[in-house]
Design a protein around this ligand. Structure first.
Ligand SMILES: Nc1ncnc2c1ncn2[C@@H]1O[C@H](COP(=O)(O)OP(=O)(O)OP(=O)(O)O)[C@@H](O)[C@H]1O
Ligand SMILES: [Mg+2]
Length: 375
């Protein structure tokens, strides 16, 4: 696709500099450039741009953005600013911008921004999910990893995992990754990063799924600040259509912050006896403090035997809350997969485990069809 770009930049020097970047690109056309945004609104339409780079370093940037959206419904609008500001950026995205780019930018920055923001990962409809467990060993890391793969495969969208299980994060081990950077570096640097730069902190599992791995040593736990974690989650929303967050078991600052930032929180418990049901119930009691908890909290039980509708119904009855999904006891395939550095989902694609994970993936994908979108 040929990019027809309209550049709106109030700073003369930047206007010159950025124009040069676009003009020298083979696959981009500088369809029009304006120093004055009213001129752009008045005259720009005849050039039919499909990308608008809009100077957002202005007091009235939000109103301007709205006017550009109304006048150029066909174009993707990428706001540009000299500094990354999480709150402002997220506000622009919510107002309908496709993305945010730091200027001055290089051809490579621009190209990647266009690719990212026009094909996937617009924050607006990104689904953020936290997987919370009342107690450890709930099967949630296994669930997240397999679910992420299922989501990537069946939607072709970008899927991100944040391993915020700060002390015992094992997503890297799970996927057999050797991360160059972890959540420790990402939260340390986040206030200086743009989303595109943040992307390089994630480690790719395949062309759809990427993981921000956990800290390398448990002692880093207190080095991850909660406000920075929140900024990180916010920023990651512009990179991934689906964002899955693994958190430490139980209620703690990390799990609470992640859940607050998420459109959906899954309470995951592994059935070992009757206690887990009680724990799930108690966790729900706490989430009840959220006014909209019935839309934002879903319950999943793992290692359910027999894993069928009847069990699901019985468990819903027992906790007095609908159970979203039940995952079967699949110890053999899960541990075989772990030994081979593979996903259980791939190892036995027709297994009951794979079926239940694909079912849950389908529910997530179609969440927006039935009502409130998560995210
Ligand atoms: N559906 C399942 N059936 C049987 N065993 C499972 C299932 N899912 C996971 N397991 C096993 O249970 C153990 C815990 O799984 P996992 O690490 O996914 O849970 P977790 O909640 O992330 O644990 P942690 O508290 O250590 O983070 C692992 O040994 C895993 O192989
Ligand atoms: Mg885990």
């Amino acid at each position: 696709m040929q990019y027809k770009i309209m550049l709106v930049e109030h700073n003369r020097l930047l206007l010159e500099q950025l124009s040069k970047v676009i003009e020298s690109a083979q696959d981009m056309e500088l369809a029009a450039r304006y120093q004055n945004s009213n001129d752009a609104l008045g005259q720009g339409r005849v050039f039919n741009p499909n990308i608008i780079l809009l100077d957002a370093d202005m007091d009235n940037a939000t109103e301007l953005l709205q006017e550009f959206i109304a006048s150029f419904p066909q174009a993707a609008i990428i706001c540009t600013g000299e500094k990354w500001q999480a709150d402002r950026t997220s506000h622009f995205i919510q107002s309908g911008a496709s993305g945010y780019l730091i200027k001055p930018f290089s051809y490579a920055n621009l190209k990647e921004a266009i690719k990212t923001y026009t094909t996937n990962g617009m924050e607006m409809d990104s689904q953020v999910m936290t997987f919370f467990s009342p107690k450890g060993k709930s099967g949630k890391t296994t669930l997240i990893a397999n679910l992420a793969m299922a989501l990537g495969r069946s939607t072709g969208e970008q899927v991100g995992i944040i391993d915020a299980d700060l002390q015992f994060g094992d997503m890297a081990v799970f996927f057999n990754l050797e991360p160059q950077s972890t959540i420790f570096e990402a939260t340390r640097d986040v206030s200086f990063l743009s989303p595109l730069e943040l992307r390089s902190y994630f480690t790719k599992v395949n062309d759809k799924v990427s993981v921000l791995c956990g800290t390398k040593t448990p002692s880093y736990i207190d080095k991850v600040s909660i406000p920075n974690l929140e900024t990180l989650i916010k920023m990651s929303k512009s990179l991934f259509k689906y964002l899955l967050i693994d958190v430490p078991a139980g209620f703690n600052p990390t799990s609470i912050a992640a859940a607050e930032m998420s459109g959906m929180t899954y309470v995951v418990s592994m059935l070992n006896g009757a206690y887990e049901v009680k724990h799930a119930q108690r966790a729900l009691d706490i989430f009840e403090a959220w006014e909209d908890y019935q839309q934002r909290v879903k319950v999943v039980f793992t290692r359910v035997v027999p894993c069928n509708q009847e069990s699901k119904r019985k468990m819903s009855e027992a906790i007095g809350y609908p159970v979203e999904a039940v995952v079967p006891n699949a110890y053999m395939v899960v541990s075989k997969a772990a030994d081979n550095g593979q996903m259980a989902l791939d190892l036995e694609p027709d297994s009951p485990l794979a079926m239940s994970i694909n079912y849950l993936a389908g529910r997530i994908i179609h969440q927006n069809d039935t009502g409130r979108g998560a995210g």
